[in-house]
Design a protein around this ligand. Structure first.
Ligand code: DP6
Length: 363
């Protein structure tokens, strides 16, 4: 599919007003997206586990305008309160997606959104937030085009979510999602995320992710700026090639169930991501002393127990602890006893792999 396939034909139905609501999860990348080209095209392919508990719920009320539509018309509420500070981000999203949703200026929208995870926890809400919003707009488009096929609905939702925030395109479906063209992954595309359809060993079923909230403060450098710094990064080409190779290796690992090899790829990806930050110009550092303390404790735990706990990082100081479901008792006991001391206010979130976004039925 190309971008043009997402430009709709004239709609067959008329819709005056209504409301739709979606709940969409966050995701955690195993191979990281870091670096992009024009129009949110990723510089390398990535793969993520869709999460289950970290979710954004968004509802969209729409009312057809009587007068000639000249601009976008929307109001935003976050956790019940009016949130004008989110306006520029949403305005930009609407501008980017308008060629694909030509009805946007014809309606007045009220967008209400809330997260299942604590506000300012440093948990990226752009993936869950942008995917939930994209799905809401697609539900409206489906009312305008009742014949729309399910596959198109899902693909286009991911395509639109990507234009809001790259990683958001991996939050529509579960359980493993690939985004970015890769030679040996069937149907992979730079334009949207696709579920990883190869064989996956049962070791990876219901994989756990305990998120340690190390630092809840504002990030010193946003992801968007970080991506841009990959443009003339001295190691960029090598890094992008490595991501392709890591996906090849992961494909084999998912088949074989080899957890030791899985850990090598996942931790290398996390440290490479932060190495890219530390070696860009200007360089920056998002890990905190407690991030490193946790990583060292994870290494030691693995050495002492032979269990398969590993870590990954996003663009921040928080640590995602990944481990197999059948090791959860001992692992969680260790996390609670030894690692919560490194979290701000002892805060952590228990999550696991999930199946993707769900429409919320309105009463
Ligand atoms: C480190 O998707 O937040 O989490 O496209 O600019 O919105 P934008 O960036 P964003 O970048 C996420 C980067 C990452 C790695 C990943 O999720 O693959």
């Amino acid at each position: 599919m190309t971008e043009k396939d997402f430009i709709p034909q004239p709609y067959s139905a008329a819709v005056e007003q209504g409301e739709v609501s979606w709940q969409s999860p966050s995701n955690i990348a195993l191979v990281k997206y870091w670096g992009k080209l024009e129009n949110q095209i990723p510089a390398n392919p990535s793969i993520s586990f869709t999460l289950n508990n970290c979710r954004t719920t968004t509802s969209l009320k729409f009312q057809k305008k009587k007068d000639l539509a000249t601009d976008f018309d929307f109001e935003l509420f976050f956790e019940g309160e009016k949130k004008d500070s989110f306006r520029p981000k949403i305005q930009k999203f609407l501008e980017r997606v308008e060629p694909y949703l030509p009805f946007l200026k014809d309606y007045r929208f009220v967008i209400e959104t809330s997260n299942s995870f604590p506000h300012s926890s440093g948990i990226a809400s752009s993936a869950s937030g942008m995917s939930a919003l994209a799905l809401c707009f697609m539900s409206l488009e489906k009312q305008l085009d009742p014949e729309m096929r399910e596959e198109y609905f899902i693909r286009k939702s991911s395509f639109l979510a990507r234009l809001g925030s790259g990683s958001a395109c991996r939050s529509i479906e579960g359980e493993l999602v690939v985004w970015g063209l890769h030679n040996s992954i069937y149907e992979s595309s730079d334009l949207y995320g696709v579920p990883f359809r190869d064989e996956v060993h049962e070791n990876f079923r219901n994989y756990r992710d305990t998120i340690l909230l190390v630092d809840k403060g504002e990030k010193v450098v946003s992801s968007t700026v970080g991506h841009d710094l990959m443009n003339d990064h001295p190691y960029a080409e090598t890094r992008f090639r490595q991501a392709h190779d890591h996906l090849d290796e992961l494909q084999k690992i998912f088949r074989s169930g080899d957890l030791e090899e899985f850990i090598k790829i996942v931790e290398s990806e996390a440290l490479t991501l932060h190495a890219m930050m530390m070696t860009s110009q200007p360089y920056f550092l998002l890990m905190k002393p407690n991030t490193l303390a946790i990583i060292n404790r994870v290494f030691k735990f693995r050495e002492e127990t032979g269990l398969h706990l590993c870590f990954t990082l996003d663009a921040g100081a928080n640590v995602h602890l990944l481990y197999p479901d059948n090791e959860k008792e001992e692992t969680l006991e260790f996390i609670k006893a030894e690692l919560l001391q490194y979290c701000q206010g002892g805060q952590y979130i228990e999550d696991h792999v999930g199946k993707g976004a769900k429409q919320v039925k309105l009463a």
